[in-house]
Design a protein around this ligand. Structure first.
Ligand SMILES: O=C(O)C(=O)C[C@@H](O)[C@H](O)CO
Ligand SMILES: [Mg+2]
Length: 382
């Protein structure tokens, strides 16, 4: 079998889907994308196709190493997201050829169902109570919210109190019938993270995510030593070589590689195993579409240390399309009380509605995240 063509479709809300075709009619789907840089990743995918067209799609490991090493420069969000989506599609092809779901090819199920969580509150955390109450009706009990709005490198007690009050209100309203992570989203500096973590401790969040920016990862250890709150990070780390340094320094209780940013299934299975060796939990990041989520789930179902899976149903980013809009087998993604069963169809287990994708690609927006500024006009972390 040989790879014959790679076709990319940028689609609402901000995703990109990749179709890899072969000379034997088997096709695979991937989701290579960096939110806000879809066109850049699209160019990278088509540059990498030089290494792929004419090759045997079954040789995923050699194709992965070739894409990663042959171009001299490596790593980073663009190239690793392009590799990620291509890798997902290659696993989809392999599973379809062998008639097996990807998790079977990775050694079989390590669990019978996987726990997921939902976002509440949007970019500027608001309406948290109403958001949680609505999702509680749908049976969810685990959530994630942004912790703050714009925050200065050193900011005042009022801003800290606003952030803490939102979390306190959630706990007061729902007690411990629910659990939630608080995403600092890289908006919080190391000095302010120390302050906020301490003030949030009484409300016992399940984790605090991206307590500082990934480029400040040397602070994970000192912050972790100063708080009882489990720290989580990983969406802006792109390979086992990025994660290696974090594992060595310590400080993270949970790693959150994104299956569409960190090299795909081949790479994230390795990251999961490295994390397990350090007694660190796995909770893949996934604010994206159905192929990204399916790829996460195949890793979740073979990784002993997988504890929680992000999914984007109803997420505030999904304007113009939602998680399953391009999926034919919607029932396979049914969430019961936030739990999801394995995707058992061959490959990734996602039946893409290609006509819908092609139609939607005609009006694909160039999604960009908002540009935030502080009161003094300087750029703020979004
Ligand atoms: O889901 C999360 O944890 C996020 O922090 C969302 C962020 O990754 C946006 O997708 C960036 O555009
Ligand atoms: Mg996040």
């Amino acid at each position: 079998m040989k790879i014959t063509r790679l076709t990319t479709y940028r689609v609402p809300p901000r995703w990109m889907l990749l179709k890899i075709e072969t000379d034997e009619g088997v096709t695979g789907w991937g989701e290579p994308v960096i939110e806000g840089r879809a066109r850049t990743v699209e160019a990278a995918v088509h540059e990498l196709s030089d290494y792929l067209v004419g090759r045997d799609p079954a040789r995923i490991n050699d194709l992965w190493q070739t894409m990663y090493r042959a171009g001299f420069y490596r790593g980073g969000p663009i190239l690793m997201s392009a590799i990620a989506g291509i890798d997902q599609a290659l696993w989809d092809i392999k599973g379809k050829v062998l008639g097996q779901p990807v998790y079977e090819l990775l050694g079989g199920l390590v669990r019978d169902r996987m726990k997921t969580y939902s976002w509440v509150g949007g970019d500027r955390p608001a309406e948290l109570i109403a958001g949680i109450a609505a999702l509680r009706e749908a049976g969810f009990d685990t959530f994630k919210m942004n912790g703050t709005e714009e925050l200065g490198i050193v900011d005042n007690a009022r801003k800290v109190d606003q952030a803490v009050a939102r979390v306190a209100e959630v706990r007061a309203k729902f007690g411990y019938e629910i659990e939630f992570g608080v995403d600092f989203h890289g908006r919080v500096s190391a000095p302010m993270a120390k302050v906020l973590l301490r003030e949030l401790e009484p409300y016992r969040p399940l984790f605090v995510e991206e307590p500082v920016l990934a480029e400040q990862d040397e602070y994970y250890r000192t912050l972790s030593d100063a708080t009882s709150i489990p720290l989580a990070a990983g969406e802006r780390m792109y390979s086992r070589f990025d994660f290696k340094r974090v594992f060595d320094r310590g400080g993270l209780a949970i790693v959150q590689p994104d299956l569409s940013h960190a090299g795909g299934i081949t790479e994230c299975v390795k990251i999961a195993a490295m994390a397990e060796a350090h007694d660190i939990a796995l909770a893949p990041h996934c604010p994206l579409g159905p192929v990204a989520l399916a790829s996460c789930l195949h890793v979740d179902f073979v990784a002993h240390n997988a504890v929680l899976q992000e999914q984007s149903m109803g997420i505030h980013y999904n304007q113009g399309a939602d998680l399953l809009d391009y999926v034919k087998n919607k029932d396979d993604f049914r969430l019961s009380g936030g739990w999801i069963r394995p995707l058992t169809k061959p490959g990734l287990g996602v039946e893409i509605d290609e006509e819908r994708v092609i139609e939607a690609s005609r009006t694909a927006p160039d999604w960009r995240n908002p540009v935030w500024r502080h009161a003094d006009g300087s750029i703020a972390e979004w």
